[in-house]
Every structure is written in C-alpha cells, then in structure tokens.
Design a protein. Structure first.
Length: 83
C-alpha cells in the first residue's frame, strides 16, 4: 500500500487548478458561439411553428367560408301611413 506524500498532494492541486483555468478559458471562447447557435435554432423552430399555425388557420378559414343561406321570410311590401 502506497502512502500519500506532500509532493503528490501538490501535483494533484496543480492539476486541478490547471484543469479549472483551461476549462474557464475554453468556456469563454466557445460558450458564446454555442449560445448563439442555440438561440438561432430556437428562433428557427419558433418561426416554423408560426408558419404551420398560420397555414392551419388559413386552411380552416377557407373551409368555413361557405356562402350563407339567406332565409326567405316573405315579400317586402312598401307602405305609406295614412292619416
């Protein structure tokens, strides 16, 4: 069984700090690009959904645009009032 040494502890801390700063640097480089792509994709999906919704509404509007039947109540008679 190996025993822990002070130099091993320092190496581990150095690796952790190096990994942290490298990750932080790479995140600053690539995170804005990734976020921009995610926003663009979400915008595109939203626009597609809007187009599909508008097409559905137009299709329903054309179905509902049948001419309405006029009820024939009777013949119109123009009259004058006699005093």
């Amino acid at each position: 069984m190996d025993t822990a040494s002070f130099s091993g502890l320092l190496k581990t801390l150095l690796y952790i700090l190096a990994f942290y700063y490298i990750f932080k640097f790479l995140a600053r480089l690539f995170l804005p690009v990734v976020a921009k792509k995610v926003v663009e994709k979400a915008t595109q999906q939203f626009q597609e959904q809007q187009q599909q919704y508008q097409q559905q509404q137009q299709a329903q509007a054309t179905k509902n645009e049948k001419p309405k039947e006029k009820k024939i109540v009777g013949e119109y008679i123009d009259f004058e009032e006699i005093k």
